[in-house]
Ligand binder design. Structure first.
Ligand SMILES: [Zn+2]
Length: 445
């Protein structure tokens, strides 16, 4: 899960700085989203009928009974480190657990996703239930759980290891209750969801190296059972490096200076980007996050670089912001090359280091309606929202997808102080994942 900054705080800051009205920002933030949503009657009825089937009732009760085991799996998996690009050890254990839970087949794909298949009656559709295995924490981070009362502290314990335990328990419940779905179901532990991973696990699933056509995608990420992510917050990230010959500040004075070009690029981009982001339309952000380069105060640097990030739910707005960056980078390059008195021209390397596509789903989509109805059935208060999660990829491809929470109370995401607590209601999120999966996959008996 990539946490979004509260846009209202930002809007309020802009208001105090510039005196612009809050109205357009509030409109983009869509306060309607803070409200609880209700599913159309047909889906409420459908979920009621489903939940009252004997086998489904049994599976729901199994989830209650399995709580100690779910917690044990959760703890076991949390204490196996899974740094970015190094999920293998955790993946191996997860594959064993899925196999032991009764999946028909379990395999690890070419990028390291663990995929467990349960064959459906007809197999005409394929539904995915997924949690991500990777954490943001580098190799060597202590992931041993510290218990303080009932609260469990460990990096990655909530994001997203709890989801792995949830996905596993749903599989166990399906098997123990002897439920046969119509659709094939894939229970997945994905690699590469977090920042550096750039969604490489889910991207692979939707490539020609994936497990075949996926019709519906349920990502479990974040803890809030009320939250239904049905819109993908897209982002582009770049590392931009200007390069030149470099030299002595006195002896080689007159050479092109990469820092001047970088400064120009930032200046031109920010001027244009700020204007663009204030225009009416879907919210779009821009940020220069890191800069670097240079060796000493009396040297003309041989390189100057920055890392930038831009985000929007709208592919068009994201593309617009991206174009402004590209134009600014080229304009600044040209200017610095005109300014230099001798020596080689500067060059620029523009490297895309993150690409998460955006997308929006109609809340009326049957799958989104089922996500709402299953939450309401369990007395949650469903709300619709946008996030940057694995669901971005299917949503951007028009494949129905949502991200739902894994339950419990939690905090300190992406920090060493990350914690998780079973608030005695955590199992309800697992029941919800089961119901949503079954609603979508179909249960004939
Ligand atoms: Zn996450």
């Amino acid at each position: 899960m990539n946490i979004i900054n509260t846009s209202l705080i930002r809007a309020a800051m802009l208001l105090s700085i510039t005196g612009v009205t809050l109205k357009s920002y509030a409109q983009e933030d869509n306060p309607a989203e803070k409200k609880t949503v209700v599913a159309a009657k047909q889906y409420t009825q459908e979920v009621n009928t489903l939940a009252n089937k004997v086998s489904v009732k049994k599976a729901l009760q199994t989830i209650v009974d399995l709580q100690p085991q779910t917690l044990a799996d959760h703890i076991l998996l949390t204490e196996i480190p899974a740094p970015p690009y190094k999920e293998m050890v955790r993946a191996k254990k997860y594959a064993e657990l899925l196999k032991a839970a009764g999946a028909d087949s379990v395999w690890t794909d070419n990028v390291g996703n663990v995929i467990a298949k349960v064959k459906g009656r007809t197999g005409k559709k394929t539904v995915v239930l997924e949690g991500h295995m990777d954490t943001v924490f580098p190799e060597g981070t202590d992931v041993k759980i510290v218990h303080k009362g009932d609260t469990l502290y460990a990096p990655g314990i909530s994001d997203d290891t709890r989801a792995l335990a949830v996905v596993l328990t749903v599989l166990k419940a399906v098997k123990k209750a002897d439920i046969k779905t119509d659709a094939d179901v894939l229970f997945i532990g994905a690699v590469g969801e977090e920042g550096q991973g750039d969604l490489r696990g889910v991207k692979n699933m939707f490539s020609d190296k994936g497990p075949g056509k996926i019709d519906t995608y349920i990502a479990v990420d974040g803890t809030d059972i009320n939250m239904i992510v049905h819109r993908g917050l897209g982002s582009h990230r770049y590392r931009i490096t200007y390069k030149g010959p470099g030299g002595h500040s006195w002896g080689s004075f007159g050479l092109a200076n990469p820092h001047y070009a970088l400064a120009g690029a930032i200046h031109y981009w920010v001027l244009a980007a700020d204007q663009f982001s204030r225009e009416k339309g879907v919210r779009v952000s821009y940020n220069v996050g890191v800069t670097g380069g240079g060796t000493s105060v009396n040297s003309i640097p041989f390189e100057s670089w920055m890392e930038v990030d831009m985000r929007s739910e709208s592919p068009e707005r994201l593309a617009g912001m991206d174009k402004l960056l590209q134009d600014a980078v080229q304009k600044a390059l040209k200017e610095e090359n005109q300014l230099k008195r001798f020596g080689a021209d500067l060059t620029v390397d523009v490297k895309l280091i993150g690409d998460r596509p955006s997308g929006v789903e109609d809340p009326g989509l049957p799958f989104v309606q089922r996500a709402i109805a299953t939450a309401s059935f369990l007395h949650a208060e469903p709300k619709l929202g946008a996030e940057s999660t694995n669901a971005n990829i299917p949503i951007s491809k028009g494949v129905p997808a949502v991200t739902i929470g894994c339950g419990g109370a939690a905090g300190g995401f992406h920090s060493l102080g990350e914690w998780w607590l079973d608030d005695k209601k955590a199992y309800i999120a697992t029941q919800r994942a089961l119901l949503l999966l079954l609603a979508e996959a179909g249960v004939s008996k």
